[in-house]
Design a protein around this ligand. Structure first.
Ligand code: RTP
Length: 150
């Protein structure tokens, strides 16, 4: 079965605070499939491309400084509706507006330290996956699909 994919990234604060496992657990518990994973120190170049739509925002320099401050965990998750549902699991961009039960609602306070990123559309997800995983993903057919989908 071929599903939608999304790009989820644990930002430097999430890695430093030891929340990688917690974030992965929430996506796994939901039933989504992890199909790409890497720990890397992002370059300014990749971050500028990733956040190119935000380059004129006043918070952009601070966002760059934050994102380059340590390693990130780049992930690709697959599943029905995973782009929209992934953002529901993350919570609102502003953590104080996020409900308890979401990652940002449970674990953070400031918008500039909001732990994680999730693609906002299927189209952007594919662009982000190509950017962060330029060598592609390991092929992996999951055998338990019938336990997740009707
Ligand atoms: P993300 O890409 O990280 O999932 O966030 P998003 O789509 O929900 O929000 P976006 O507007 O694309 O912002 C990207 C990231 O920039 C930081 N930000 N800081 N200080 C501020 O007002 C501000 N606004 C946004 C956040 O880290 C946000 O996730």
């Amino acid at each position: 079965m071929s599903h939608e994919r999304t790009y989820i990234m644990v930002k430097p604060d999430g890695v430093e605070r030891g929340l990688v496992g917690e974030i992965i657990k929430r996506f796994e518990n939901k039933g989504f499939q992890l199909v790409g994973l890497q720990l890397l120190s992002p370059t300014r170049k990749i971050l500028e491309k990733h956040y190119e739509d935000l380059s004129s925002k006043p918070f952009f320099p601070g966002l760059m400084k934050y994102m380059i401050s340590g390693p990130v965990v780049a992930m690709v998750w697959s599943g029905k509706g995973v782009v929209k549902s992934g953002r529901v699991l993350l919570g609102e961009t502003n953590p104080l507006a996020s409900l308890p039960g979401t990652i940002r609602g449970d674990f953070c306070i400031d918008v500039g330290r909001n732990l994680c990123h999730g693609s906002d559309s299927v189209e952007n997800a594919e662009k982000e996956i190509a950017l962060w995983f330029p060598h592609g993903l390991v092929p992996h057919e999951r055998v338990i699909e019938k336990l997740i989908y009707e």
